[in-house]
Design a protein around this ligand. Structure first.
Ligand SMILES: Nc1ncnc2c1ncn2[C@@H]1O[C@H](COP(=O)(O)OP(=O)(O)O)[C@@H](O)[C@H]1O
Ligand SMILES: [Mg+2]
Length: 124
């Protein structure tokens, strides 16, 4: 899991941030896990490894990609987890795993996980 890019798709309120919080906890992140909706990026260190939680909901100018240091994040090893990847599709590399969360009328969620690269197949 340490070097990979996981993209999370689904409408507002689907549970992308909630899923990421649980994943980060399971990986050993303690302390507060904020939603990166305003900051674009929340970085964490776990056992000397970098985990980056990204949210492109408010991303609308590709210049932010460089200004927010995102080019460096994706050039370096580490786990990247991104919400709303489609809003930064022009600058993002392909995801290793693409996870789609669809809320159902009965409040449960339907989850679809696709491996899009050899690394993704390995993780799946
Ligand atoms: N699997 C789930 N089942 C039921 N409720 C959920 C689930 N995942 C998230 N929620 C609830 O949905 C709301 C929005 O979740 P959030 O993770 O912020 O969504 P997103 O990041 O996709 O916009 C929160 O109140 C959260 O508790
Ligand atoms: Mg969110």
């Amino acid at each position: 899991m340490s070097d990979a890019f996981i993209a999370l798709e689904g409408p507002l309120g689907a549970g992308k941030t909630t899923f990421t919080r649980h994943l980060l906890r399971a990986l050993g992140v303690d302390g507060r896990i904020k939603s990166p909706t305003y900051a674009l990026l929340e970085p964490y260190e776990v056992d000397g490894r970098t985990v980056s939680h990204l949210d492109f909901y408010r991303f609308d100018d590709p210049r932010e990609w460089i200004d927010a240091g995102l080019r460096d994040v994706f050039a370096a090893p580490g786990l990247k987890i991104a919400e709303w990847p489609d809003r930064a599709a022009a600058v993002l590399p392909p995801a290793d795993l693409l996870i789609r969360i669809e809320p159902q009328i009965d409040e449960t969620r339907r989850i679809e996980v696709n491996a899009c690269t050899p690394r993704g197949v390995e993780l799946l």
